[in-house]
Design a protein. Structure first.
Length: 227
């Protein structure tokens, strides 16, 4: 598990690969003193080819975001770069958000990825579903991605994950979105570090010894507000 704290934000990551070489990735980085980017993605396939594609995709996303591009432009440019060089026919679902640490404004774009969960004090956790589902990165050249915006209030949090969470399996039954949101809401008052620990335990209990078929990646950010 990795963690990061500043006076404005608290971030925790978990990554549990299904094999020695995984295709999921997560990232966070500061674009400037006021903006932090959070990213989670899932590359098709497994093993070394997926890991190499993951490294390229992760690097391209970070490079574009640090140039100051908006989330939808980051994904559009990364998508076209990947399409030009993708000889293996691979693709990646992904989600990127850029948070203004002073205002709480979070601009984000979704490239065919699982919807995050956002928690505020009034409504608890709810799925942050995009208005239009877009293709994964490297699926088709010149794909146009949509940017959407929410505003986080101090104390709000956002949870990103890959489908290794919702598709954790027990006797051909998936953990699923309903179990996930019920779990998150039942633990909404916990420290985010503890929430992720307990979610992994719940996934293990659900699997009842069935093997882990997919990488499990989780990222949770809590916005503390401007100090």
């Amino acid at each position: 598990m990795l963690q990061h704290h500043t006076e404005n934000v608290e971030i925790f990551f978990f990554f549990f690969p299904a094999k020695e070489v995984g295709g999921d990735f997560y990232d966070f980085f500061f674009i400037d003193e006021k903006h932090v980017a959070i990213v989670v993605a899932d590359v098709s396939g497994k093993g070394v080819p997926a890991a190499l594609f993951m490294v390229i995709t992760k690097t391209l996303i970070k490079d574009q975001a640090q140039l100051g591009e908006s989330p939808e432009k980051v994904f559009a440019k990364v998508n076209n770069s990947l399409c030009e060089s993708d000889d293996e026919g691979m693709f990646a679902t992904g989600w990127i958000g850029i948070l203004n640490l002073e205002t709480g404004v979070l601009n984000y774009a979704n490239a065919g990825h699982n919807p995050p969960l956002v928690c505020n004090k009034d409504n608890g956790f709810q799925f942050l579903r995009s208005s239009k589902r877009k293709l994964p990165l490297a699926a088709m050249n010149n794909t146009v991605y949509n940017q959407e915006t929410i505003t986080l209030e101090p104390g709000d949090s956002i949870f990103l994950y890959t489908d290794g969470v919702t598709e954790a399996c027990c006797k051909k039954e998936f953990y699923g979105e309903q179990r996930l949101i019920e779990f998150m809401n039942s633990h909404r008052k916990g420290e985010i570090k503890d929430v992720l620990h307990e979610l992994k335990k719940d996934l293990d209990r659900f699997a009842s010894g069935d093997p882990q078929y997919d990488d499990i990646t989780m990222l949770m950010l809590k916005y503390k507000g401007k100090k």
